[in-house]
Design a protein around this ligand. Structure first.
Ligand code: FES
Length: 612
């Protein structure tokens, strides 16, 4: 937002190209109006909220009267920075169920710092419960965040989230408004336990479900597991999508230091929330807006951190979308380029052994980032320090088994590889560190499923004759085809192969995969089959070669035959005829460009309510 209340962008999309071979490009920051400082103490009349509360007109009179109606004294709010606390708490979201209490700690910090906190309930995206997939609604929460911050008297924002899509959604919306902002991560839940083993949410659910399907455990064990998998509020405590995205947020510099790994029920989480409340008021006074933090360098660092964490493949889509809202062109090729420069240092499930509480006490993200200083941009600011370098000063790692030293990495390269080939001309991804190494160079015959339901119905039928060498292909699961690109990408292994001890196979889809999942799963194939991408043309019996070292995914079918199949292909019927779903189908972009809505991703001015 510029000083006249209008966020401006100076360049069109064509000027934001990145080849992935060099530095990530960024639009110039929005201009500020004369008289508005970029840093240093804002006077009360320079606050954005002054337009609502502090002028002589009827509107300000009305707003002050209504604030008194809320029970506030004038000295409690007049002239103070108004801090919106966007809370994704809900009874249906076990990952955020503690955030109603935690908002009180944020408010405490805001009051103590001389601000005026106002809590706003916003949509919750509850990964487990929301169907067909919360990914369908990420952009809706981003839109809600943006319009809520713009339409109310807000000087700064505290965003409370953590369950998978809530982190990117809140930050995408906030980036489009560009106010001073602090993100408060929901924090991981405590480790699960069962018969002397620690359980990781998601990861061990998939593992023991396969054990049950293989007949190795029964209903009694499953009932015990149901009690032990998720034993406290908080998001998944593996390095799944939630932990990956909150770690990315901390790396971007939009949380207070160390925030992302504090267990949700630790009293340190209350202190972190209060510290965030204290900090946001200071950021408003300094007029330190998100655009100063969310730079090309910051996104490059977030990508490096995600890859070195062995983080979720979902981060690829979300970081590309978040960067787009910040005027930064981040591409799949940037991920692959950076992956070749960073090793995996976090020994965390699903790729490693430990859980987020172990990571927290081993040093958390400050300790972790202190082992990557040679690849980070240390001179950029964060919400709490003038430079990342100062933030990391004195950071320590207390357990080299959880956060490895560079000379003893978990994997020599970052945790995600980007594939190209005639089956995925616009790219696909694989989390190769979570796959059986023997499958990373594999050729086999395809078994094709047109949609998830028909796959579920038939996968265990021995008549299909699937062997461990087959390549399972699922289509109709992309951004439009899913719809919403559900996390179907870890296709189930046929029961009779599980009984033979098979635990991994090459699987290919245009779906996403839970960050807690694992296996040789090629994901995010673009363009998706629903829009006629090559995945729509594969037939059972075609030969496919996956070669991760060569970054290649190849369908061994001649081009002329593919052309014939393309001509015979008919587009599927529309998924929605009306409502939000219809808007989604019209606006959603493909996986390689972040699945944002075109009308939200495009550059351009949006007037503030009081502009002009
Ligand atoms: Fe919320 Fe995993 S279900 S983070």
């Amino acid at each position: 937002m510029s000083g006249d209340g209008t966020r401006r962008t100076e360049q069109g999309p064509d000027e934001l190209r990145s080849t992935g071979q060099g530095p990530i490009e960024q639009r110039p920051a929005a201009p500020r109006s004369a008289g508005q400082p970029s840093t240093g103490g804002l006077r009360p009349e320079q606050l954005r909220s002054h337009q609502w509360y502090g002028t002589d007109g009827l509107r300000s009179f009305s707003h002050r009267a209504r604030t008194r109606q809320l029970g506030y004294l004038p000295e409690e709010h007049l002239g103070k920075p108004v801090i919106a606390i966007l809370n994704t708490w809900s009874d249906i979201n076990p990952c955020h169920v503690h955030l109603r209490d935690r908002a009180q700690a944020v408010k405490r910090g805001v009051w103590q710092a001389g601000g005026f906190p106002l809590e706003f309930p916003v949509s919750t995206l509850s990964e487990t419960f929301q169907k067909p997939t919360p990914m369908l609604y990420r952009n809706l929460l981003a839109l809600e965040t943006e319009e809520l911050l713009r339409s109310y008297p807000v000087d700064g924002a505290v965003l409370m989230g953590g369950c998978d899509k809530t982190t990117p959604a809140l930050l995408m919306g906030a980036a489009s408004v560009d106010l001073p902002t602090v993100f408060v991560p929901a924090g991981p839940m405590l480790p699960g336990h069962w018969r002397g083993e620690t359980l990781g949410s998601g990861t061990d659910m998939w593992k023991y479900w396969d054990e049950k399907r293989a007949g190795l455990i029964g209903d009694c064990e499953m009932a015990e597991l149901e009690n032990g998998l998720a034993r406290s509020p908080g998001h998944c405590m593996t390095m799944g999508t939630a932990s990956t995205l909150t770690a990315a947020a901390e790396t971007l510099g939009v949380t207070v230091p160390g925030a992302s790994s504090v267990p949700a029920v630790d009293s340190g989480h209350d202190r972190m929330a209060a510290a965030s409340g204290l900090r946001i008021v200071e950021l408003v006074r300094q007029d330190l807006r998100l655009s100063r933090l969310l730079t090309a360098e910051a996104y490059e660092d977030a990508v490096a951190a995600v890859l070195a964490l062995g983080g979720s493949t979902n981060a690829v889509i979300h970081l590309i979308a978040m960067a787009g809202r910040s005027g930064v062109k981040l591409t799949l090729d940037d991920f692959d380029r950076i992956a070749r420069t960073v090793p995996v240092l976090a020994n965390l499930r699903p790729g490693g052994r430990y859980l987020m509480e172990d990571f927290h006490f081993a040093g958390g993200m400050t300790g972790f980032l202190s082992r990557l200083t040679d690849v980070l941009h240390l001179d950029r600011p964060t919400v709490s320090h003038p430079t990342l370098r100062e933030q990391l000063e004195g950071a320590l790692v207390h357990d080299d088994e959880v956060i490895r030293v560079r000379s003893r990495p978990l994997a020599a390269e970052g945790g995600v590889a980007v594939l190209r080939g005639n089956l995925c001309p616009d790219g696909a991804v694989i989390k190769h560190i979570a796959a059986e190494p023997r499958l990373l160079a594999h050729t086999g015959p395809a078994v094709v499923f047109d949609d998830y339901r028909s796959m579920q119905r038939t996968i265990d039928d021995p008549a299909l004759g699937i062997t461990a060498d087959h390549v399972l292909v699922l289509r109709g699961a992309g951004p439009k085809g899913g719809p919403g690109m559900p996390e179907y990408g870890m296709l189930p292994i046929p029961r009779y192969l599980l009984e033979q001890g098979v635990r991994d196979m090459v699987r290919i889809s245009d779906a996403r995969m839970s960050g807690t999942s694992y296996g040789a799963c090629v994901l995010h194939v673009a363009p998706e089959s629903y829009v006629g991408g090559p995945l729509a043309l594969v037939r059972t019996g075609d030969t496919i070669t996956l070669d991760v070292a060569a970054r290649s995914l190849h369908l061994h079918v001649p081009d002329e035959e593919l052309d014939r199949r393309r001509e015979a292909w008919t587009p599927p019927p529309p998924r929605y005829e009306r409502g939000y779903g219809a808007l989604y189908m019209e606006q959603i972009s493909q996986a390689d460009t972040g699945c944002d809505f075109e009308f939200l991703a495009r550059p351009g001015a949006t007037p503030d309510p009081y502009a002009g």
